[in-house]
Design a protein around this ligand. Structure first.
Ligand code: GLU
Length: 287
């Protein structure tokens, strides 16, 4: 059996809240339970929204919770070459196309409101090659999207992955449409960076919130296309407050920093999270 390697992978676009702490505690403890390694990866691919002061707060929060990570802090902002290599490989396989659509255009094309990321209607997939070249040469900003139908056909394998709680899952990446792999405004998309890095960092167990469950279908496909191993996944329930609302940033959940600066005991808080939020008015959301 490979040594267990887990990671906590926050995006430094805001302060952490209790939901992040729960994820970090679970990932940390899973590694420690088997003498494995717990990595800290700062997902700062988004240069406009990532802030150094959020990174500082993340490091201070984790130390306060008593969670020590192994090795240096890993930064996605240093991994441009690795993402470029993966994109080049997918492009050479004929699986990427440039997309010139703006967010507003994509939103306008939706007949009904979707989740936070609408499924792309495929507008730019049909652009003639000459038109693509002309727009790129003219400097029109563009993302690169995965031609999902073609990618699934190319992978030509049973896209199975295993969740520690849900069991075996048959991936259905087609449901997510032509996802972006290279953004207009960032080094790579979340899907590409996380898949490339989990493999490069030897992560064997991906511990993260259930809100990313469906994203794993895309990651499993990318693993098949790029010849990368598939880790075991552990999507944990999201924490909800007394009102049943998820502790997401948008619900004004208290930040860990605010609790830390109030002088509360971080290690005791981590223990309460280990007990599923007992005594602090939060609980994992029931399925
Ligand atoms: N960076 C992502 C986030 O903060 C998590 C990535 C992951 O765990 O796969 O939501």
């Amino acid at each position: 059996m490979r040594d267990v390697v887990t990671r906590f992978a926050p995006s430094p676009t805001g302060r952490l809240h209790l939901g992040h702490a729960y994820s970090a505690v679970l990932a940390h403890d899973l590694a420690r339970a088997s003498g494995g390694r717990f990595l800290l990866r700062i997902e700062d691919i988004d240069g406009t929204r990532s802030r150094p002061e959020h990174v500082d707060a993340i490091l201070a929060d984790l130390a306060w919770l008593g969670l020590e990570w192994d090795g240096p802090v890993l930064f996605q902002s240093t991994r441009e070459d690795a993402y470029a290599a993966a994109l080049a490989r997918l492009r050479a396989m004929g699986l990427l196309y440039p997309c010139f659509c703006t967010r507003a255009e994509i939103a306008a094309s939706q007949s009904a409101p979707h989740g936070p990321e609408p499924v792309y209607p495929g507008t730019c997939r049909a652009l003639p090659e000459a038109e693509r070249t002309a727009r790129i040469t003219a400097g029109v900003p563009h993302a690169w999207r995965l031609d999902m139908a073609r990618a699934v056909a190319t992978a030509d394998t049973d896209l199975m992955w295993t969740d520690a709680i849900a069991g075996p899952v048959r991936a259905d990446p087609l449901a997510q449409g032509d996802v972006v792999l290279a953004r207009k405004d960032a080094l790579a998309s979340y899907h590409l960076a996380v898949t490339v890095d989990d493999a490069a960092h030897g992560v064997t167990h991906v511990v993260r919130g259930a809100d990313l469950f469906a994203a794993t279908d895309v990651h499993r496909l990318l693993q098949a296309l790029l010849g990368l191993p598939t880790p075991l996944y552990h999507h944990h329930a999201l924490l909800v407050g007394p009102d049943g609302q998820r502790l997401a940033k948008r619900n004004d959940a208290p930040t860990l920093e605010s609790v830390r600066l109030r002088g509360e005991d971080g290690r005791a808080l981590a223990d309460r999270l280990r007990a599923g939020g007992a005594g602090i008015g939060i609980a994992p959301q029931s399925a």
